[in-house]
Structures are given as C-alpha cells and as structure tokens.
Design a protein around this ligand. Structure first.
Ligand SMILES: C[S@@+](CC[C@H](N)C(=O)[O-])C[C@H]1O[C@@H](n2cnc3c(N)ncnc32)[C@H](O)[C@@H]1O
Length: 225
C-alpha cells in the first residue's frame, strides 16, 4: 500500500506542477482500470462514519447528493436509505466504474467538476455528503471547493462532511487533512454547524477524522422577515 500511496502522490505532484490540480484523479482511475495500480481510497463499502451517522435515517421523499463519489459506495448507501440520490465525480472513469459496479442502480451518476458546479444543483438537496474530496484538493482551491459544496444544500437541508484531521507537523499530501478552522468554514450564508466531532480511528487512535454536520435554515439568507 505504501507504493500505491507513493505512486498516487507522484501523479498528484505532476498534475499540480502542470497547473492541472484535478487531472491526476482521472489518470489514477484509468491506470487502476488497466490493472496498473489501485485506488487507495476504494473501500468497496460506505465510509464507516457515514454508515454510523445515517443508521435509522429514512430518505423517502428527499434528495441527496454525493460530491466526489468515486466508485459510488456512499451514494448507493444513501439510495438504499430511500433518498433520491445524485452523485458526481470529476473522473469519467470513476463514474463508469460506479455504474458498472452497481448495474440497475437508482443513483443518478454524472461527470462534473465541483469547481465548476452546474447551477441547477444549487439549493437542490436535503442531504449533501462530502467525504474526503475537499482534502484531496490543494490549499489554493479549498475555499472555492468548500463554497461550492455549501451551495448545494436546500433550505432546511443538511451537509455532512467527513475528512481526516490535520495533526502536528508538515503534511505531504494528498491528502491534505483539514484543520478545525477549515471544517468550520463550511458554515456560512445561512448554513450553520450543528455538530463537529473529532473521532479517533479504531485501528489507530492517533489518526483522527472529522465528522461534521451543518444545517441550512428553512428561510433563505436574503429573507427579511
Ligand atoms: C479521496 S477521493 C474520495 C472518494 C469518495 N468520496 C470516498 O470517500 O471514497 C476524492 C474523489 O473526489 C473526486 N474529485 C476530486 N476533485 C473533484 C472535483 N473538482 N470535482 C468532482 N470530483 C472531484 C476524485 O476523482 C475522487 O473520486
């Protein structure tokens, strides 16, 4: 696995140095497709922190969006809870892979760039899940990515953010784990933090993950009454 992570970092570094900060995702998924490497975050299952958070949740009659969906395990989980689920990723090969893994899935998968989000998705979702995508983008794009995630949440809706927590010392990313201040910065406009948890990983308590929940008020920010 160390080799896979090193290879991933090398791909990312090449991409960043040619001013193409997201190009490496497609290259990595395409190489994995050809059997030349593996995708380090491919768990083949929904993220544990999402699965625990959503236990008992019913999504019927509500819309969910998964940002940077990869091979789709989180999106399928939400669809299984009854949400009408959309999911997108900047990598066409990842999206093809998700469709192939889950034939007949009710999830609507699309290729799209979080940094150029389609306008029709703004304010459209009762639940938005962002898991590990913002931390895979360099610092220079964080603010833009976070603002784009925030805009998807409908009035009265919820945003769930899952990320690694930045520890002491320098970081050689990707990923570039998030500081508490970065997690808090998902709030804004009329989206407010409801709960921010720092959760040690079971396998290694020195590794801490953020699970943060934000809610948008029922009324648009521009409302005066
Ligand atoms: C670290 S992976 C996490 C994948 C998935 N969310 C998970 O938890 O397993 C980050 C994902 O975000 C996608 N991604 C990165 N930048 C993106 C962007 N600007 N727009 C859409 N997807 C993006 C990548 O292709 C990749 O699938």
């Amino acid at each position: 696995m160390a080799d896979i992570e090193e290879h991933t970092r090398r791909l990312a570094a090449e991409s960043l140095s040619s001013d193409d900060p997201t190009g490496w995702f497609e290259r990595l998924y395409a190489q994995a497709e050809r059997g030349e490497t593996a995708v380090p975050w491919d768990r083949g299952a929904p993220h544990q922190l999402l699965a625990e958070w959503s236990a008992g949740l019913r999504g019927e009659g509500r819309r969910a969006l998964v940002v940077g969906c990869g091979y789709g395990a989180d999106a399928e989980h939400l669809a299984g809870l009854g949400f009408r689920t959309d999911a997108f990723d900047v990598s066409a090969t990842a999206v093809d892979g998700a469709r192939r893994r889950f034939p007949g899935s009710p999830v609507h998968y699309a290729v799209a760039d979080l940094l150029e989000p389609p306008g029709e998705r703004a304010g459209a979702y009762d639940l938005v899940v962002e898991s590990l995508t913002v931390q895979s983008l360099p610092d220079t794009l964080r603010g833009q990515a976070i603002a784009a995630v925030r805009r998807f949440v409908a009035p009265g809706g919820t945003l769930l953010v899952i990320a690694s927590a930045r520890g002491e010392g320098p970081v050689e990313g990707p990923p570039w784990p998030l500081t508490r201040a970065e997690v808090e910065s998902f709030s804004g406009e009329d989206l407010q933090a409801a709960r921010i948890e720092a959760i040690p990983a079971e396998a290694d308590p020195a590794v801490v993950r953020w699970r943060a929940e934000f809610r948008r008020s029922d009324r648009p920010a521009s409302s005066t009454s």
